[in-house]
Design a protein around this ligand. Structure first.
Ligand code: F6P
Length: 523
């Protein structure tokens, strides 16, 4: 298996020498009907509005082979040490099914370990939902509150919001979920203001068990329960923990139950582990969460296919690298035409930018080509009335990743002026793709649209648990493949450490650091 920097690849050099296709000239119905690939869970990845032709696809296929991209993925799922920075295995795929060989580490079968945790979560969540487990004053739990930050918040929160409407439409009994993440005390307070503490179960989630924000918010919540004056209420009976067995939280006796992850699943990849399983199984029931795992597993299996035209995540990764490293576009927008995906761009921001925002390769050597783009996004059509002006007419070209569904989740809609709201939503999505690609001439310069602005589309019939699981896994696998292409270690995040260390110094009185002290005096 070859590990080399992108700029030493002959296929990449070939790609750099090829002119891009101009979308204004190449976008046509036949191409739209041809340029798509299955992404699992009923999702399809459409790439007809990308500035490439068959020649580019052939060279991208060569690039994939030259850099052994699917072999590297195989090494991940077979349990090789692919997190080179921390010398760890990378096992998030195993949390939703076995894709490679059985993996053993720390003297245990890791697949069996994740399965055992899932079974424990299934039992616990069904006991809470049925009322077999009650709060300390005898009330049934009707709200869960996840306390966590980064990967212990963004993914689970995005998935919860994504499926709430679908579950309601299926008349699945919902336990409301809320989230506390920021160390800003107003975040916790705003959630606490509306809680009936007797019927609330807090889910404390921290893989490391050392994250300042999460531990602070745990203490804030415990104090709020103690200060509530509710007779007989016991904070320990209103809190469960999700952590790794080696963390300081693992031995805590002040929780009702503990669920475990391990060091082989990174925070931003942990939504399909206990980190997402506990809150989603409590809220929607374990079966819904299990369907999400099925969708993710299907996408994981598809991602092993060495043929880039049949491997949506790999192709998305390669096309993304083409845009970033050949056309040198520095950002990417994630534009879901689905309000239920309102926090999905925020999750992808962490997934992508914490994984591939790196300037040294997996061996610690400097690299001289751009790596991960800046990721941002908002649901459409809201974004159209906000930042799309720059996307259409700004001086930077921003590649766009649209996500859309032909059916709504609730199936409750009205016809106004001959069309439903869902039809209006889909019409806007299609119109945007075409407007970005083809542009429009006008005699007035300020009304001109230059066009040739690339986009892709991930679409499905409906945002259901399988489609959502596949969507999540698609992006995890895309980011992983891009990390391989850039020769990075996508699985550590040393870039977040310096700020944490300096914040601790500030709290300790900035001993010997005048610059920190000067800034501290401002707040
Ligand atoms: O689950 P933990 O250990 O509290 O970490 C929370 C988040 O903090 C980070 O380590 C970054 O500071 C993320 O990678 C992680 O998702």
């Amino acid at each position: 298996m070859t590990y080399k920097n992108l700029d030493s690849s002959s296929a990449f050099k070939q790609l750099q020498a090829m002119p891009a296709s101009n979308l204004k000239h190449v976008l046509n119905p036949a191409r739209i009907k041809t340029y798509h690939a299955k992404a699992g869970g009923g999702l399809t990845y459409h790439y007809g509005a990308m500035p490439i032709a068959e020649e580019h696809l052939n060279v991208l296929q060569q690039l994939s082979e030259e850099l052994s991209l699917t072999e590297k993925y195989q090494a991940v799922v077979d349990g090789q040490v692919m997190n080179t920075g921390e010398k760890r295995l990378v096992l998030h795929h195993l949390s939703r099914g076995q894709v490679g060989k059985p993996v053993s580490a720390d003297g245990e079968d890791k697949g069996a370990f994740y399965q055992a945790q899932l079974q424990k979560i299934e039992r616990f969540s069904s006991q809470v939902r049925s009322g077999a487990i009650l709060g300390s004053t005898g009330k049934k739990f009707s709200t869960v509150v996840q306390i966590g930050i980064g990967g212990s918040d963004l993914g689970p929160r995005a998935l919860y919001l994504a499926l709430k409407g679908w579950c309601a439409s299926k008349e699945i009994e919902l336990i409301d979920a809320q989230f506390i993440s920021n160390v800003d005390p107003d975040d916790a307070q705003a959630v606490l203001n509306n809680l009936d503490l007797e019927s609330t179960l807090f889910i404390l989630v921290s893989k490391s068990g050392t994250t300042l924000e999460t531990l602070t918010n745990r203490d804030l919540v415990i104090q709020a329960i103690e200060a509530s004056g509710i007779r007989g209420i016991d904070p320990a009976k209103h809190m469960v923990a999700v952590t790794s067995k080696t963390s300081p939280l693992a031995t805590s006796s002040s929780v009702l139950e503990s669920f475990f992850i391990d060091d082989y699943i990174g925070g931003r990849y942990s939504s399909t582990s206990a980190v997402g399983a506990v809150v989603l199984s409590l809220s929607f029931g374990f079966d819904v969460f299990n369907s999400l795992l099925d969708g993710a597993h299907e996408a994981d299996v598809l991602a092993l296919n060495p043929n880039i035209k049949e491997n949506a995540a790999l192709l998305d990764a390669l096309l993304g690298v083409y845009l970033r490293n050949v056309l040198l576009y520095p950002t990417t927008a994630i534009l879901p035409y689905s309000q239920a995906l309102s926090r999905f761009p925020a999750h992808l921001q962490q997934l992508d930018m914490e994984s591939n925002g790196k300037h040294v390769n997996r061996d610690g050597l400097s690299i001289s080509y751009p790596t991960g783009p800046v990721i941002f996004g908002e649901p459409g059509t809201n974004g159209q009335h906000s930042f799309y002006q720059l996307l259409h007419q700004g001086t930077d070209i921003v590649p766009l990743q649209f996500i859309g569904f032909s059916e709504s989740q609730y199936h409750k809609d009205i016809v106004v002026e001959g069309s439903t709201s869902q039809e209006k939503l889909s019409a806007n999505l299609v119109a945007q793709i075409v407007a970005f690609a083809l542009g429009k001439d006008d005699v007035k310069p300020n009304k001109q649209f230059t066009g040739n602005r690339p986009s892709s589309l991930l679409s499905a019939r409906q945002l259901d648990p399988q489609a959502l699981g596949a969507l999540l896994a698609h992006y995890e696998n895309k980011v992983m493949f891009q990390g391989f292409i850039w020769n990075l270690n996508s699985f550590d995040q040393e870039g977040v450490q310096l700020g944490k260390v300096l914040a601790t110094k500030v709290l300790d009185g900035c001993k010997g650091d005048e610059v920190l002290k000067a800034f501290s005096e401002l707040l």
